[in-house]
Design a protein around this ligand. Sequence first.
Ligand SMILES: *Cc1c(COP(=O)(O)O)cnc(C)c1O
Length: 420
Amino acid sequence: MQPSSKWNRRGFLGSGAAIAGLLATVGKSFGWARASSPASATVSGLGQSGNVYDELGVATVINCEGTMTMLGGSLPHPELEAVMLQAGRHFVSMPELEVAAGKRIAQMLKLPDGFTALVTSGAAAAIQSGLAGILTGDNEALIRQLPDLTGMKSEVIIQKSHRNPFDHQLRTTGVRLVEIETREQLRRAVNERTAMMHFTNFANADGQIKVDEWPKLAKQYNLPCMNDAAADTPPVSHLWDYTVMGYDLVTFSGGKAIRGPQCAGLLIGRTDLVANALLNNSPHEDTIGRSQKVGKEEIVGMVKALELYLNEDHDALSREWQMRLDSIASQVKKVPGVSTSFFTPDIANHVPHLHITWDETRVHVTPKEASKWLRGTKPSIVIGSGEGRPGLTMSSFMLQPGEDTIVSEQLVKLFRDHAA
Ligand SMILES: *Cc1c(COP(=O)(O)O)cnc(C)c1O
């Protein structure tokens, strides 16, 4: 299976050797062979065993849940390591780097004219700085003044069903969220204090106004609109779909399915709004976004991650993820009373999922207990129970080679141990 070769441990080791070679070359040409010694193959102290988590006494887990920030998001593409090390070898003007990275991303994504991107410390930071830029423009005094909104607009309109924990990043700017449900309520909510219309991509099905109509209404009311699509690749086309649809700003996580640096994200949008977002963000001081520092390494890493992501064979990856689930399903359904089915969520973690259910009169364990039992095995396996469905639900796109076998063996053991 070719696709898996990109994910295996040999890939990591291979890139480690490549980095050592690269550093030796760089070190020689700059005469800092000694300064570069920490990056040569041997590490003493923390990291000497090759597993920093073991050394710190923190158990690593097998991730069947997906790109959960709570579990570390995703594992960065191995090629990022070398590129991020290169980025850490020089000083540059950070604002200049941000603009250049944005231009490169715009080219790669073939964004419409007048659109660019900003690498932020995550999608959450992109939400906050995007809105901050809309509120302040390029006015230095207003930038320093946030979240005191005196002299600025102060309301953001959002559909009631689109409220979610990440709208905290809108509220940190000081704005009040105005909830609406119908088109008529939207019309009445728009006033001279309205700064922006916000859309939560994963909530598309829940609101009366859908993803394609929201930017049209925003145009009609002459308001900028933002779409938080943080976790909504794959499909890869989502990276440009929403700007084409008319959104002025769109946010993505870098450290989820794109497998960029964990502390990176993207604000994609109108060049003027993105420039004002940057003025409200690190490295600029006395700004609301100064606490959301994004490093030169993450900026470069994010550009590289996108390059790699765009060149990936997404159909082959999807087939690989399905095959892993097929093999797990074929084993667990051999246990009497256990059934399996497959589904793919329409949006957010739009990848194959396996749903495992069982007859609790034959297998005496509740989904919650099953999830806890798997969490307690060695290695620990994280599988969700619930999410509106009975039983256990898992994805396979964050599994490392060989982990599907461990998961399948432990699931079979779980069900056999609890069988009547
Ligand atoms: C993960 C997520 C975010 C935050 O993204 P970070 O890159 O972790 O900052 C924001 N909105 C939604 C819907 C998310 O799923």
